[in-house]
Design a binder for this molecule. Structure first.
Ligand SMILES: Cc1cc2nc3c(=O)[nH]c(=O)nc-3n(C[C@H](O)[C@H](O)[C@H](O)COP(=O)(O)OP(=O)(O)OC[C@H]3O[C@@H](n4cnc5c(N)ncnc54)[C@H](O)[C@@H]3O)c2cc1C
Length: 675
């Protein structure tokens, strides 16, 4: 235990320091520059782990398959998301674990892969990663592609994970066992007696221990890279042997020297680190070269990201759009296809978003198109790629567009891994509840208009089903189960979310995921809303009426600034017009509807095939056709091609008959000039 503790200290200490260390920042006149490496879609790196600096193997889309397939070592990979608070909080433990088992690398390696990086999103989908962190074991010498075995342990404490690593190694068959991994099963105690006095040219250590102890196996693995020493373990069942060797308590280490002498090892404490350290420092015991995570050849590109000065009292379109981009193109991408309750959750959530999102017209049009498509789709399963095609507007329908990059403004973090997506999601959720209470008609015709909890329920189900941070989802669900029933009006829904968010803030205050520049305090702070705070009998209290009014102002469309928003270029369709008006309720949303022939066409295509006389088979084909989107053509593209092809063939045939008839007439004229 002390060994673990000692090892934990070194990487852990670094990790514990880092959150407090200031961002590498340079202040230039009027501009604060953050030095950050390239990263998750934002051109900013999520650097929870640093290749070559931490003992962790940092994998990515290009290396994960090569590393884990047919490897001579087993792997334990943590698929994480750099924005996920739990992953941030767990990073010191993971770094400490990797440092602690660094010497086991020839047998088993500790790795990470950041699913928040957009370039890794395909691979995370291939490995079926829906929530973060997800831990997967990969056996050595796997020939076929595998998504790995889920880590199963009572907790994620360092010692627990280390023990499961040992169990996993022992579960290898003899043929698939990493060649560098020594035998981990105990030898019969009597065999030790037979070895006494023999000369074998190297040290041999035997760890006597109880059946439940892991010390022996840990010491065996610790000594993998050391020459001139072999370590075995034996159980303490045979009292006679123990007495003969003078072993009074276990764990104990009996050492046979190369020259045939032998005796019990005397250590101050019977701990893994004491035994390992003793054996490593024996004369002539040397460390072989060790395979360790390499530093990348190229220096990680450090790019200069300008700090965007912003007003905390404002809401930024860029944050909301970046959040939508991440939600639709990265978070949902974790799901190969959507069916049943998942699909319904997405449908309802998109209905709420499409009707209530107060952003720029091209983005709202896109949301409406997506929502209408989802709402009218007769299929009970759709491939995610079909959603992506629509979001990417493969149809090139003018005036619908969602920027495909992240640009945080009010959600900037002082370090790349802080804030960002979860911050934007909160802002989106608050905006939705506020819009629903300010525009009572916005949801008319959706079937959700009568329900004051509709927006919160849609958010709740989205978080439970799709939000990658599973623990966050569970906490949110607990809050909803406890008190969401009390919400009877749209205003109460606004306040419920505000209260719940503050509860999360106070739970997370002081944790590693807290940005020191943006401390988690009860919000709105007195400087933002003096009227929200009052003192009742000496106690700081909220004036909820004022809070509600403040939230409606803060998350209202008129507080939304387009500053720093990604230029929509031609796609905007409203360039040169005054700044986009914020939605005026349902009327506005309706006016955004595309001509039905356009807005319905993707659905229509799937529809037509699904309803064809070939029934379910056609439905299957319809679904299967959508992945074509993944290589750049949607089913719609293909169908348009077909239509054009048929039309041009008809045209050519017409031309052919036309000229045939004319040439016949000429011939008649030539042969009968008098006619
Ligand atoms: C549904 C949900 C549940 C989460 N649960 C967890 C969890 O269990 N554990 C974990 O580690 N992380 C969790 N997170 C992430 C965490 O809450 C933060 O989003 C993240 O740490 C980033 O913090 P932040 O400083 O950007 O502020 P955030 O808390 O993300 O807030 C974003 C912005 O919202 C405004 N704001 C703050 N408080 C309120 C309020 N009460 N009402 C209205 N507006 C407010 C402020 O302008 C603030 O800058 C969760 C996120 C979401 C969306």
């Amino acid at each position: 235990m002390a060994a673990a503790g000692a090892a934990v200290r070194s990487p852990g200490a670094r990790a514990a320091r880092s959150p407090q260390s200031p961002p590498r920042a340079v202040r230039l006149p009027g501009l604060l520059l953050l030095l950050a490496a390239a990263g998750p879609g934002a051109g900013r790196a999520a650097r929870l782990y640093r290749a070559g600096e931490d003992a962790v193997w940092v994998l990515d889309s290009g290396s994960v398959r090569g590393a884990t397939a047919n490897s001579s070592a087993a792997w334990l990979v943590q698929f994480y998301s750099s924005w996920c608070g739990h992953c941030i909080g767990y990073a010191p433990t993971w770094r400490a674990l990797a440092g602690d088992v660094r010497d086991w690398a020839a047998a088993i390696r500790v790795a990470v892969l950041d699913c928040a990086e957009e370039k890794n999103q395909e691979v995370c989908r291939a490995y079926d990663i829906h929530f973060y962190p997800t831990f997967r074991y990969f056996k050595a010498f796997t020939k076929e592609f595998t998504t790995g075995e889920n880590f199963r342990g009572p907790d994620r404490e360092l010692r627990t994970v280390r023990r499961t690593m040992i169990d996993f190694l022992q579960n290898h068959t003899d043929s698939s066992r990493p060649p560098a991994c020594p035998g981990l099963d105990p030898i019969p105690p009597r065999d030790v007696l037979a070895l006494l006095g023999s000369h074998r040219g190297h040290y041999m250590a035997v760890l006597f221990e109880s059946n439940s102890s892991y010390v022996g196996r840990e010491v065996i693995l610790d000594l993998i890279p050391y020459e001139n020493v072999v370590v075995n373990r034996a159980l303490d069942g045979d009292r006679a042997v123990l007495e003969k060797l003078g072993v009074a308590t276990v764990p104990a280490c009996y050492l046979l020297h190369p020259n045939g002498s032998h005796g019990l090892v005397q250590v101050a404490k019977p701990l893994r680190s004491f035994f390992s350290s003793y054996l490593k420092s024996l004369p002539d015991v040397r460390k072989k070269s060790l395979s360790l995570p390499e530093k990348p050849n190229k220096e990680e590109s450090t790019e200069v990201v300008a700090w965007r000065e912003f007003d905390r009292a404002k809401l930024y379109t860029a944050d909301l759009e970046s959040g939508l981009h991440y939600l639709l193109r990265v978070e949902l991408a974790a799901h190969r296809s959507l069916a049943g309750a998942e699909l319904k959750t997405l449908r309802d959530f998109m209905t709420i978003v499409a009707k209530l999102f107060p952003g720029r017209p091209p983005v709202r049009k896109l949301l409406v198109t997506l929502q209408e498509w989802l709402a009218t789709l007769p299929l009970d399963r759709i491939p995610y790629n079909a959603v992506l095609d629509l979001v990417n507007n493969k149809m090139r329908i003018s005036g619908i567009f969602l920027p495909s990059r992240v640009r945080w403004v009010g959600c900037q973090g002082s370090r790349p891994e802080l804030r960002g997506y979860p911050c934007s999601l909160w802002k989106l959720f608050h905006t939705l509840t506020v819009q629903a209470s300010s525009q009572p008609d916005a949801l008319a015709g959706t079937g959700l208009e009568e329900d004051p909890q509709a927006v919160l329920q849609a958010i709740r189900r989205y978080v439970r089903t799709f939000f990658g941070c599973r623990e966050c989802g569970q906490h949110f669900e607990e809050m909803a189960t406890e008190s969401l029933d009390s919400v009877k009006t749209a205003d109460q829904a606004v306040l419920w979310l505000w209260r719940s968010h503050n509860a999360v803030n106070s739970r997370l205050a002081g944790q590693l995921s807290e940005d020191p520049k943006f401390p988690k305090v009860p919000w709105p702070t007195p400087d933002l809303c003096p009227a929200c705070h009052e003192e009742i009998k000496g106690l700081d209290s909220w004036h909820e009426g004022q809070v509600l009014a403040f939230l409606k102002r803060h998350y209202g469309g008129s507080n939304l600034l387009d500053t720093y928003s990604v230029d929509l270029g031609d796609a905007r369709g409203s360039r040169g017009l005054p700044a986009p008006e914020r939605p005026q309720g349902h009327q506005d949303a309706a006016s955004l509807r595309l001509p039905s022939s356009l807005s319905e066409s993707p659905q229509h295509l799937l529809d037509v095939r699904a309803q064809s006389p070939r029934g379910p088979r056609a439905r299957g084909e319809a679904e299967a056709a959508a992945p074509v989107l993944g290589i750049g053509f949607s089913s719609l593209d293909m169908s348009l091609c077909l239509v054009l092809y048929v039309a041009s063939s008809l045209f050519l045939m017409l031309m052919y008959f036309f000229f045939r008839v004319r040439s016949k007439r000429w011939k008649v004229r030539l042969y009968h000039p008098a006619v």
